[in-house]
Design a protein around this ligand. Structure first.
Ligand code: FUL
Ligand code: CA
Length: 487
């Protein structure tokens, strides 16, 4: 192209922009933003945890490391049944304790003589990791692994040789079983154990012993899309408790460099750090039973659908992911009580979100401020990439959707376009009732990837969402209203 043509074209562009008022310019990202692997992880929302090993047969929570491999006898081992149950509950993935603190490996590891290969179960030909990975894959569930850094069986634990062994095992797991979406690094470390028969106490300095940076780069190399979970990330963080909730507010940002494994600040784990340096979202880990492993004595203490639903709203509903543990029995099956509960939970969840309000039922979208090219109606197109934005100077804004007919309120899902960072720190929702009054029906703090709200029973002609963001302009990608299900 000749220079004169280029000059002419740019002059025309400027002229066009001038006629239309302002050019449409996307808001700049605010603070740290998620990586591609973290964005994929956010979409997972809810998945299962499976705690299973020789510890199951000892009826304890922490195996000492001295159980004989022959004690592992899941005579009815059926990972297809596990996966069916998990799928019915709406789980999108499953993370297995490939090795728990007792040190027994659920796959035939070539690096130890303490695995399923040494068990008389299936004449040493069994592979729990392989069979579960295959079933998960068949059913469309993503697969993840837990490899306990603390190993109460292995003689080498506490020495540099053990770290080589640990990395060697990770390598086996990350190269044999297809794509891994999460590697779960547990924080429990050191103490007494069998340690090759020495039966002693071993303490390690968990700030230095594991050299996590080297292990993390091995994981990156072998499985670039796997999120690494630990107390302080690097990719996903523990929520600071095992009860089934993340803090409110919940920021995905964290001052990650303040963290060393096992030296976590509970408040930062539960709430994140406002304006934190890294994107490290929280994961809520909780068991459907009091313990992580199956105990017959807890058969009557399986969480109810109501409890599971409350957990759902205080984890997924606050923008965190939920990893729900469902431990198999000694036979290698999910217990009938747990499976019935999971299926009922799945049905209850479907009912929660059965009647989405459709965009065609909305008469108008009005915003107190609308950035050029980022219209309010972008919040009802079902696409998280498209969003409503305000001008840069705005800190508080409201969006009102007026319905064609009054509708029965039920649930509300709000989402921020987190690819541009997390911004909103407070929200309130008002409904225009049949009587023509504006009534506050919900209030809250952060949104992040999502905030789910249970609304009171009201017929509403319109809904107004007010958001504020103290450091930058607020953005919303989705405002999805769900209506009261038909009786
Ligand atoms: C903890 C472990 O000590 C428990 O046994 C369990 O695996 C839980 C998920 O993490 O730190
Ligand atoms: Ca959208």
């Amino acid at each position: 192209m000749k220079t004169t043509t280029i000059l002419l074209l740019s002059a025309l562009t400027l002229l066009n922009a001038g006629c239309a008022g302002k050019k449409s310019i996307a808001p700049a990202p605010y603070g740290p933003v998620p990586t591609e692997r973290q964005l994929a992880w956010h979409d997972m929302e809810m998945y299962a945890f499976i705690h299973f090993t020789t510890t199951t047969y000892r009826d304890v929570e922490w195996g000492y490391g001295d159980a004989s491999p022959d004690e592992f006898q899941p005579t009815k081992f059926n990972p297809r049944q596990w996966v069916e149950v998990l799928k019915a509950a709406g789980m999108k993935g499953v993370v297995l304790t490939a090795k728990h603190h007792d040190g027994f490996s659920l796959w035939p590891s070539q690096l130890t003589d303490y695995s399923v290969a040494q068990s008389s179960w299936r004449d040493g030909k069994g592979d729990v990791v392989g069979e579960l990975a295959a079933e998960a894959n068949r059913a469309g569930l993503k697969f993840g692994i837990y490899l306990s850094p603390w190993d109460r069986h292995d003689m080498r634990y506490g020495s540099p040789d053990y770290i080589d062994y640990f990395r060697g095992q990770l390598k086996e797991l990350l190269t044999r079983y297809g794509p891994i979406f999460e590697v779960w690094q547990d924080g429990a470390n050191g103490g007494d154990g069998y340690y090759g028969g020495l039966r002693e106490k071993r303490t390690i300095d968990n700030r230095t012993y594991y050299d996590w940076a080297t292990t993390d780069s091995l994981i990156r190399e072998l499985q670039p899309m796997a999120c690494i979970f630990s107390d302080g990330g690097p990719d996903t963080r523990w929520c600071g408790n095992e009860k089934g909730f993340v803090g409110d507010p919940n920021w995905a940002t964290l001052n990650r460099d303040n963290f060393a494994p096992g030296h976590a600040n509970k408040n930062s784990l539960q709430h994140g750090d406002v304006g934190g340096t890294h994107w490290v979202p929280a994961e809520v880990d909780v068991s459907i039973r009091p313990g992580w492993f199956y105990h017959e004595s807890e058969d009557d203490r399986v969480k109810t659908v109501e409890q599971l639903m409350d957990i759902y709203y205080t984890s997924v509903g606050r923008g965190s992911n939920l990893i729900l543990n469902v431990p198999p029995t000694k036979e290698g099956l999910i217990h009938p009580i747990d499976s019935a509960r999971m299926v009922a939970f799945g049905e209850a969840l479907q009912k929660e979100f059965r009647r989405p309000l459709e965009a065609k039922d909305i008469k108008s979208w009005e915003a107190t401020n609308e950035r050029k090219g980022f219209a309010a109606r972008n919040v009802t197109d079902g696409d998280n990439q498209t969003y409503w934005a305000t001008d840069d100077s705005v800190r508080e804004a409201a969006l009102t959707m007026t319905f064609r007919e009054p509708v029965p309120l039920y649930r509300l899902r709000l989402c921020e376009p987190i690819q541009l960072g997390q911004r909103i720190d407070s929200l309130s929702v008002e409904a225009l009732t049949r009587e023509g009054e504006w009534e506050v029906v919900a209030t809250g703090t952060t949104i992040g990837p999502r905030r789910l709200l249970r609304l009171p029973e009201r017929e509403a002609q319109a809904l107004r969402v007010k958001v504020s963001s103290s450091a930058c302009c607020p953005l919303l990608s989705e405002v999805q209203l769900f209506l009261q299900p038909m009786k």
